[in-house]
Design a protein around this ligand. Structure first.
Ligand SMILES: Cc1ncc(COP(=O)(O)O)c(C=O)c1O
Length: 402
């Protein structure tokens, strides 16, 4: 194995004797990232986005780092039930569900005051929750998801999620909830994906960065104005909100500065996958990585690893590939990318000084955060330069929530 002062060279030493492919989590870097999240969130509480972590032990660890980490935002109703069962309080389902069986399961956890909150943006989701609530004798807490995308210069800047845009539409659903004995309004979410999930400091893309930053500035005004108008209107109609949620890793500072927001969400920041290297003002460290073993050397300077085709979701593009990071200077082949079973990594013939053998490892970062844990049963955890154990991922728990 290569000896090096570089952190990944050290990981290789710390993980010596283990079998690759393996995933590694550096807790010192994760803690620094957690501090950056808290700093950027101002004084506001931070809800942890489980989709970007997908490991119970990591969720527990992050939750204990500060009392300002309050509550989880999960992505599936079955996951919400599993997390409530595992002892987590204040679990917000970040996305709507039409799964009647899952709602029946969740009814068990909706009896207690703040256990699980459902997300809704339309009548059909509320009616289903109401029916199940009536059957199960439960009263579901509801969060209304308000669309925060902007229409600028004929461009839809944002994501296609909630149809709920106006004060009137939101009040109508809030009134429906008020009249139902099986539902109660607990919060509002206005997630500004175009601020939180669009990079604006991409190397070599000066023109695009300028355009994106301009769009973000314009959209920012629209978001703050619309979100606060909706929150004020709900309050004026006598709806008491326990929280107004917004944001994500890429928008923490912006979202926290919005007076109408009471809490921000962050998930990706903790692992800091490759896509989050390119946001102005974010100071995060790559806490999660994975190693693949070289199993073939088809040509001098090209090392073919086992595994690696862990391409991230979202609009397909080169930025969604895993990024080889150690030894440095490795690139994926344009014609092969990251393969289903085999991933060749090329090093420049001269200059890189890299000479690997079969059995050596190449380290990578995933482009996104939580998707890494869908590929590995456990994370090898390093702290203070020492491997302190292995923590199970959702996959290792036998959990698969889609
Ligand atoms: C509703 C919602 N909130 C917050 C986030 C932010 O998550 P992260 O911090 O992992 O980017 C997301 C990400 O997609 C989301 O869908």
């Amino acid at each position: 194995m290569i000896k090096s002062p570089h952190p990944y060279g050290q990981y290789a030493e710390q993980c010596a004797g283990l079998q690759a492919p393996l995933a590694c989590l550096n807790l010192d870097l994760l803690e620094q990232n957690a501090q950056e999240v808290l700093r950027r969130a101002g004084g506001k509480p931070v809800r942890i986005a489980t989709k970007s972590i997908r490991s119970l032990e990591v969720l527990r660890y992050v939750s204990r780092l500060s009392p300002r980490f309050q509550g989880l935002m999960c992505y599936s109703p079955w996951e919400a039930a599993a997390l409530a069962q595992a002892g987590f309080d204040d679990v917000l389902l970040g996305y709507p569900t039409m799964d009647a069986a899952a709602l029946s399961e969740l009814a068990k956890y909706s009896v207690r005051a703040h256990h699980v909150t459902l997300m809704a943006d339309g009548l059909e989701q509320l009616q289903l929750a109401e029916t199940i609530g009536r059957q199960e004798g439960a009263c579901f807490a509801i969060c209304l998801d308000v669309d925060m995308s902007s229409s600028l210069y004929g461009i839809h800047f944002g994501v296609r999620r909630s149809p709920l845009r106006t004060v009137e539409e939101t009040l109508r659903l809030a009134e429906y909830i008020r009249r139902s004995p099986s539902l109660r309004l607990r919060g509002v979410m206005g997630y500004e994906a175009q601020m939180a999930g669009v990079a604006d400091r991409v190397p070599g893309a000066t023109m695009m960065n300028t355009i994106v930053r301009h769009l973000k500035r314009r959209s920012g005004k629209d978001i703050q104005e619309r979100r606060s108008r909706i929150v004020q209107a709900l309050s004026a109609e006598g709806h008491e909100l326990a929280f107004v949620n917004g944001g994500g890793t890429g928008s923490l500072g912006f979202t926290a500065a919005d007076a109408s927001v009471t809490e921000v969400t962050a998930g990706s920041a903790f692992f800091n996958p490759a896509l989050f290297d390119h946001y102005a003002g974010l100071r995060l460290y790559p806490a999660a990585s994975f190693a693949l073993p070289v199993v073939r050397i088809p040509k001098q300077g090209i090392y073919t690893c086992f595994g690696g085709g862990y391409v991230a979701s979202g609009k397909a593009g080169k930025d969604k590939y895993p990024r080889p990071i150690w030894p440095e200077c490795g690139i994926l082949l344009p014609n092969e990318g990251a393969g289903e079973v085999q991933t060749p990594v090329q090093y420049p013939e001269a200059g890189s000084g890299v000479s690997l053998q079969t059995g050596d490892w190449i380290w990578f970062r995933h482009a996104k955060a939580g998707e890494l844990c869908e590929r590995f049963r456990e994370l090898h955890v390093v702290k203070g330069g020492v491997r302190i154990g292995t923590w199970s991922t959702y996959r290792g728990e036998g959990w698969c929530f889609g």
